[in-house]
Design a protein around this ligand. Structure first.
Ligand code: SAM
Length: 320
């Protein structure tokens, strides 16, 4: 059953890429000043529901994410939003990009966002890379590819090379320097409560009986992970969904580990938002459930799942 209830907050992500490229001051401190001038009070600690005309820095994504009252709609027309310096993105949707880029060193190599449109996570990855190095972004759907290109332009993601195409048809040997891959493939979308940033395929969502649909999605999701494992230098693969179904989450992870022939394991909790309390389902993954995270509307986010695979022979070296 899909997640119900509402998310008691609205999130705005400060996008540092704009600050890097413009003469105007688009720094985080300028954003705080802009909000103060609009009559917003900055709170030192989180309060939910967020009081009217208040905001605070998110306690998990402390450098980039601002938390506002759920009713906030005033961004449209505001210079910060229109310029791309602020991106409206659910907190849980920021997590996969954060986990895949954590500890990133530009000398390490290149990255891939395998399923990129509309580009929220791509643009966050780009920001976390300081808009340097190379981030390849793939998107299969022509229409969504256009949406992705528009977003990358608006968010000034100059280090992203976007390609319209199927990630599973890429030749891993053509990407010998890619060390990190984000996989956020199509899913049932059962976790989405506030439809802020997701374009879940409506046709898919109406098709078939639930079990058959989840089975098909899970087979596709597993195939995507297995393809990511084939990239010669990849050391970290983050797999996420906006689904709350174990069939698309823990069970896909378990199958991917089993098919990885011992070459891949789940990253330890310390690498995957250790302070986030809601971990995976123990009944599905046993002790390894601690390595993955789940999000629910009770956590003031959409329903979400994030896992991080590391290559066994190189995994420990990745973290800075
Ligand atoms: N990561 C995106 C974001 O945060 O903005 C959302 C991704 S959405 C859940 C999944 C996307 O993957 C869809 O746009 C879909 O068209 C695309 N997709 C599905 N299969 C693909 C494939 N084999 N290769 C590339 N893109 C694919």
């Amino acid at each position: 059953k899909a997640a119900s209830s509402t998310v008691e907050a609205r999130y705005a992500r400060w996008n540092p890429n704009i600050e890097l490229s413009r003469a105007d001051d688009f720094s985080l401190s300028a954003l705080h000043a802009h909000l103060a001038a609009k009559g917003f009070s900055r709170l030192d600690t989180p309060v939910y529901p967020v009081p009217d005309k208040s905001y605070f820095m998110d306690p998990h994504l402390t450098e980039h994410l601002l938390v506002f009252p759920a009713s906030s709609t005033w961004w449209v027309g505001d210079k910060w939003y229109e310029s791309g310096a602020v991106i409206l993105q659910d907190k849980a949707s920021c997590f996969p990009a954060y986990v895949v880029m954590d500890g990133w060193d530009p000398a390490e190599g290149e990255c891939i966002d395998a399923t990129a449109a509309p580009g929220n996570k791509t643009s966050y990855m780009s920001a976390l890379m300081g808009a340097e190095g190379t981030l390849y972004a793939f998107e299969r759907s022509p229409k969504r590819y256009q949406t992705l290109c528009n977003m990358l332009q608006k968010a000034e993601c100059g280090n992203v090379k976007a390609t319209r195409g199927d990630f599973t048809e890429t030749n891993p040997a053509d990407y010998p320097n890619v060390t990190r891959i984000l996989l956020d493939p199509s899913c049932s979308g059962s976790g989405i409560v506030n439809r802020l940033d997701y374009l879940v395929d409506a046709d898919e969502a109406e098709d078939d009986e639930q079990a058959e649909r989840l089975e098909k999605l899970a087979a596709f999701q597993l195939q995507m992970i297995q393809h990511a494992f084939r990239f010669p230098a990849v050391r970290r693969v983050v797999y996420s969904t906006c689904s709350i179904h174990a069939e698309e989450d823990e069970r896909v992870v378990a199958k991917a580990l089993a098919s990885g022939k011992g070459k891949w394991k789940l990253a330890p909790r310390e690498w995957v938002l250790p302070s986030w309390e809601r971990r995976g389902l123990v009944e599905e993954l046993g002790d390894a459930a601690d390595s993955v995270i789940r999000c629910l509307p009770e956590d003031k986010t959409n329903g979400f799942f994030v896992s991080c695979f590391v290559r066994v022979d190189a995994g420990e070296e990745v973290k800075a």
